[in-house]
Design a binder for this molecule. Structure first.
Ligand code: SF4
Length: 400
């Protein structure tokens, strides 16, 4: 049984996707609503990838004709934001959904792009879940993410829990639901989808627990609380509390001895984490303000460094060739890097032609500092004596 709804990707004031923010900083939603929302190129690319993924699911689950599928896919491929690698990434999403569907003894219920009502828990709220699968007492909620900047884990993820609550509300009268399984397919970041499970009872009790917080957020009440959730907040560049927290990061470290201890350095690194991104964001806003004639005391907009370009590239190069300049001088032929080729050829062709033929070798990346909870194992350039000399001998036994 399959239900496909092409839900509009509208957003409620308290959206599921913003829940990690308004659950921790309750007045943020009302504040954000006063600020302009500009969709980044990455977000537009994500929407296109979602549309391709949805089209593939329609073909798979709702019998979309090949002709209609090809015509629509062609239209998507003509979009300037289209990248060949989207094929691989949306296929990974499709494969994962199929792998879940095949786990059921009989075909489960599948709903694609389903708008779910969240008002039992969050005032005036709704969301659009990418994929809901129900059968054998299990509810699966699966989300596709196209971004690569911020890895999103399914574990304890409030957006996913809200979608699951909405799906539970919509379908639990029709299908018994005992366990809930949420998954995020983010192929640009994770090789495998990030998965997390909880019981339906725990999900419902979480839903109850957030009701007063959601009401406070809806009313614009509570304290501003900065944290890692500020990353996607529309107010992040000019939010006073966040700015104060960031500025404190540089001034409040206890620096009595002339040099910081590693404990102090660790604390400063943690507190100053968002400072570069925030500074650039604030500069961008101040530039926009000065360009439209506003006053930002002590600052002005100036012309950046100019650049030279050909009035007519073809005509210029034809002229140079007539003047005897060799082609080798005019063009700089550079081989594409393996990731660029993978993008251009798709994963499958890249794997067949390059990865499996041994033409590509993988070198370790340069070491980088990461927070303790980063999923990658920690490394050191210290040599382990056991790797060189073998296991240490047992200490000699003494007879006392
Ligand atoms: S930037 Fe952070 S602290 Fe400020 S309103 Fe947004 S979420 Fe709250």
């Amino acid at each position: 049984m399959t239900e496909i709804a092409h839900a509009e990707r509208a957003h409620a004031l308290l959206s599921a996707s913003g829940a990690s923010r308004w659950l921790q900083c309750t007045p943020s939603a009302r504040l954000e609503a006063t600020l302009p929302d500009s969709e980044s190129e990455a977000a537009k690319r994500g929407t296109l990838a979602h549309e391709i993924a949805e089209l593939k699911l329609q073909k798979l689950f709702s019998g979309l004709t090949t002709r209609k599928y090809n015509a629509t896919l062609k239209k998507y491929k003509a979009d300037e934001l289209y990248e060949p690698i989207m094929e691989d990434h949306t296929n990974a999403y499709l494969d994962y959904i199929q792998s879940i569907v095949h786990q059921f003894p009989s075909p489960p219920f599948v709903a694609i792009e389903r708008r779910v009502d969240l008002t039992d828990f969050v005032p005036e709220s709704f969301g659009t879940s990418d994929c809901i699968i129900i059968g054998s007492g299990r509810l699966h909620v699966i989300d596709y993410k196209n971004g690569q900047g911020v890895p999103v884990s399914a574990e304890n993820n409030s957006q996913m829990k809200l979608y699951a609550l909405g799906a539970y509300k919509a379908f639990s009268l029709l299908f018994p639901i005992e366990s809930v399984h949420v998954a995020i397919v983010q192929p640009k970041v994770w090789n495998e989808p990030s998965e997390w499970s909880l019981s339906a009872a725990d999900l419902l009790s979480w839903g109850e627990s957030i009701k007063p917080i959601a009401q406070a957020a809806f009313d614009g009440q509570g304290d501003y609380v900065p944290g890692s959730h500020c990353g996607f907040c529309r107010a992040k560049a000019t939010c006073r509390v966040r700015v104060e927290q960031i500025m404190e990061a540089g001034t409040k470290a206890p620096m009595k001895p002339p040099l910081l201890s590693w404990e102090e350095a660790a604390d400063v690194l943690k507190r100053a984490e968002g400072i570069v991104g925030w500074y650039n964001e604030l500069k961008k806003l101040a530039l926009a303000e000065t360009l439209k004639g506003g006053i930002v005391p002590g600052w002005k907009a100036v012309e950046g460094r100019g650049s030279r370009e050909y009035a007519d590239l073809d005509a210029a190069f034809a002229y140079l060739k007539r003047k005897g300049i060799e082609e080798a001088v005019l063009y700089d032929r550079k081989p594409l890097t393996p990731p660029q080729l993978e993008n251009a050829l798709t994963k499958k062709v890249y794997k067949e032609l390059l990865a499996e033929s041994g033409h590509v070798i993988t070198r370790s990346g340069a070491p980088t500092l990461a927070p303790e909870d980063d999923k990658r194992p920690g490394i050191t350039n210290q040599v382990n004596p056991e790797d060189v000399f073998g296991p240490a001998p047992e200490p000699p036994q003494t007879n006392n």
